[in-house]
Design a protein around this ligand. Structure first.
Ligand code: ADP
Ligand code: TRP
Length: 321
């Protein structure tokens, strides 16, 4: 089984990225042949600063390696180090119906948020389809918001196969239901673009401030709270604390007597401890960028070899070769 996923280098990684994508991806390394990449071409649709792209690309590499990506087992690379993917994007775009792209939620959402509607942003799902299809991927672990993109990939692959004969493997999305959407500090989906994130490797003081600043309702600590399970801090605590600890806080909140400040303090402590080992590893890696770059270039070399084979298959099928 070949597993593939990508993440854009568009900012510091947060708990939503970690629980929605990174952790499932890291766990899946054991289950098959995994390829993970940093989607720097995709980031060009919404990030227009070269320096930032370079910095975020390194940050994502460090974050992934620190959180347990095993470069001996997994092919880890930068998307743009495999330029074949852009050639396949063109080929796929010729069988991609306009209507399919026009229905993309993510395109509409991004425009609504004020991102300039460029051709690249519109064609984003076709590049993503090329990413997935060029490695004969079977399984694509992503957060719920990316499900439609994987479904579009399937449609595009089926279309190509119908037109030119069996060429591409049809991939399956893999969504982690229990942590499908991690809420941010304002209760909406945690996202860089909403400014409501808790970074995985955030600065201690700043993150404490963010967590302590989560706005709750005005009920007094003594008041029983029958809706304790819906409390935002409880939901986040569930991710970073052992189940019995979360249960205990939840029942104290439900019964009354637990103040929101104490709950948020506990949330910070558990969050901080949860990532303690990874934080240490990240600092070591950050001090050794040559080592990290070597991992990425070795990964690119392996990925490219696979990509060239599938691209050639598509070129032969469509009469380009
Ligand atoms: P952001 O919304 O912060 O820009 P991205 O869109 O770059 O995050 O998402 C990167 C990966 O992390 C995707 O696989 C996405 O599904 C997952 N992800 C992002 N935010 C969340 C969230 N709040 N809950 C679960 N998964 C998420
Ligand atoms: N679009 C994905 C995101 O924003 C990133 C991505 C690009 C991706 N290509 C991919 C994810 C291929 C899975 C497979 O999160």
């Amino acid at each position: 089984m070949r597993i593939l996923s990508g993440i854009q280098p568009s900012g510091a990684l947060h708990l939503g990225n970690y629980f929605g994508m990174m952790r499932p991806a890291i766990e899946l390394q054991e289950k098959g042949e995994a390829l993970y990449f940093i989607a720097d071409y995709h980031s060009m649709t919404s990030l227009f600063d070269a320096k930032e792209r370079r910095k975020h690309t390194m940050d994502v590499a460090l974050d992934f390696l620190a959180c347990g990506l095993d470069a001996k087992r997994t092919v880890f690379f930068r998307q743009s180090d495999v330029p074949e993917v852009t050639e396949l994007t063109w080929i796929l775009s010729t069988v991609t119906p306009m209507g399919l792209l026009e229905r993309a939620h993510s395109y509409k959402d991004k425009i609504a948020k004020g991102i300039a509607p460029s051709h690249g942003l519109f064609a984003y799902p076709v590049l993503m389809a090329a990413d997935i299809l060029i490695y004969d991927s079977n399984v694509v672990p992503v957060g719920r918001d990316q499900k439609q993109h994987v479904e579009m990939t399937r449609d595009i692959a089926i279309k190509f196969n119908e037109q030119y004969g069996e060429t591409f493997v049809i991939p399956e999305p893999q969504i982690r239901d229990e942590v499908a959407v991690v809420p941010g500090t304002d209760g909406q989906k945690m996202s860089k673009s909403y400014g409501n994130t808790i970074e995985i490797f955030g600065d201690e003081k700043a993150t404490r401030k963010k967590i302590m600043g989560i706005v709750m309702d005005s009920r007094t600590p003594q008041e029983p709270k029958p809706d304790a399970d819906k409390n935002l801090a409880i939901q986040l605590l569930k991710l970073v604390a052992p189940p019995d600890v979360t249960k205990d806080f939840e029942s104290r909140l439900r019964a009354g007597g637990l103040g929101y400040g104490d709950l948020k303090k506990a949330l910070f402590e558990h969050y901080w401890n949860y990532f303690a080992a990874a934080r240490k590893k990240r600092a070591e890696l950050a001090a050794n960028p040559d080592f990290v770059n070597k991992i990425l270039s070795d990964g690119a070399h392996k990925a490219r070899t696979l990509a060239q084979q599938v691209l050639q298959r598509a070129k032969v099928a469509s009469g380009l070769a």
